[in-house]
Write a protein that binds this ligand. Structure first.
Ligand code: AMP
Length: 364
């Protein structure tokens, strides 16, 4: 079987690494000559909307998936008309636009922060008394890792924040004083079978994920599963989906979802019976889904912007290094390491050592 992937970054790389033991082959379409998954399969080099390459991909791949959500809608539609595409173009369309996404959450009774669409400075000024302070202004499209976002603390911030967006459609949302951020990685296959991973607790700095910790037996697990299930079924979703949530006083509200494997699920490679990457492949190939049971205690630490000596990382007992084969650059995720231990104390010790190393070279 041949799996086609739009994008050949680290997520595609880890999907391919999970697919090799299953006897799968991979074709990647990516505009970057030195994309880091290229060495793991055939690389179609060019833009995502180049008709010849899309035709080739559709003809040769038994199923096509993607590692990022900003695939142009017409590209996903074209591929879906010629081969199997999972998740569906509809799931992509909802996830690509924060306004459509939040409206969709609310339509299936998943709470979100209070939000309003804004297309001009005047509209922003008009809705702020209703949204309240502080708030966050976000571009509706193309935002990730906190890009295209400004925190609004008072009316003095409105003009500058609006101008930074350079006129693109936006939404403003109430700033949530959350106790913590968690994500639910859920998987559904084409036959409708669903599995959920233990919740992941996520720490961000500067809008970028720094650490993700597996929280087996978390009190919010059931609520998160019920939201994720609603989303999977409403979208007739096939594949891995990551639902990012804020916890506020024992209640969850949705921030966003990613229609793909997710950075907050990387610990599943060592910390779960079946990784999110393998389960994504099983889902899109309509195979039975693998157990998501936690194996020991685990957490993931991202290496951002730069890398310490690999020797220093692998010499930490119970640390598992994943290099992405990417040149270091400010704010760029270049590797992660998973700590998997037997006890919570060992986990804390191992994560502390990894974070100390990551901070040495983190220039974001
Ligand atoms: P996003 O790109 O929407 O995932 O936002 C990146 C990060 O900004 C989130 O993981 C949060 O840490 C923070 N953030 C986003 N929206 C809000 C909000 N409404 N209230 C508080 N923090 C937020």
């Amino acid at each position: 079987m041949i799996v086609g992937i739009l994008g050949a970054g680290q997520l595609a790389r880890m999907i391919a690494l999970a697919g090799y033991p299953l006897g799968l082959k991979f074709i990647f379409l990516d505009p970057s000559k030195d994309a880091c998954a290229n060495s793991l399969g055939e690389h179609l080099h060019g833009d995502y909307n180049e008709p010849k390459l899309l035709e080739q991909l559709a003809k040769r791949a038994d199923v096509v998936t993607y590692e990022f959500e900003n695939v142009p809608a017409d590209v996903a539609e074209f591929l879906a008309a010629h081969t199997q595409v999972h998740p569906s173009p509809k799931a992509l369309a909802v996830a690509q636009d924060r306004l459509v996404e939040k409206t969709f959450f609310n339509s299936i009774d998943i709470p979100t922060p209070l939000y309003a669409p804004v297309d001009s400075l005047e509209e922003l000024e008009f809705v702020m008394p209703t949204i309240g302070w502080p708030a966050i202004l976000k571009s509706r499209r193309q935002g990730y890792d906190g890009k295209g976002q400004s925190v609004l603390k008072s009316t003095d911030d409105l003009k500058t924040a609006w101008e930074l967006l350079e006129g693109v459609p936006a939404i403003v949302e109430a700033f949530v004083p959350f106790n913590r951020e968690v994500s639910m990685i859920a998987v559904r296959n084409a036959a409708g079978a669903v599995v959920f991973y233990p919740l992941s607790e996520n720490l961000h700095r500067g809008g970028i994920l720094r650490t993700a910790t597996c929280c087996e037996g978390d009190p919010m697990q059931q609520q998160a599963e019920s939201y994720a299930l609603r989303l999977l079924e409403a979208l007739d979703y096939v594949g891995v989906l990551a639902l990012e949530l804020f916890e506020v006083d024992g209640q969850l509200m949705a921030n966003e979802f990613a229609p793909r494997v997710h950075n907050s699920g990387h610990w599943t490679i060592e910390g779960s019976e079946t990784s999110q990457f393998e389960n994504h492949l099983r889902a899109i190939l309509n195979l039975p889904l693998g157990s998501t049971a936690a194996v020991g205690q685990s957490a993931m630490v991202n290496f951002i912007g730069g890398l310490p000596d690999s020797k220093d990382i692998v010499s930490i007992p119970q640390a598992h290094l994943h290099l992405y084969d990417k040149a270091p650059r400010k704010g760029r995720k270049v590797a992660h390491a998973t700590a998997r231990t037997e006890t919570s104390q060992q986990l804390i010790n191992t994560v502390n050592q990894l974070v100390a190393l990551a901070n040495q070279t983190d220039n974001s």
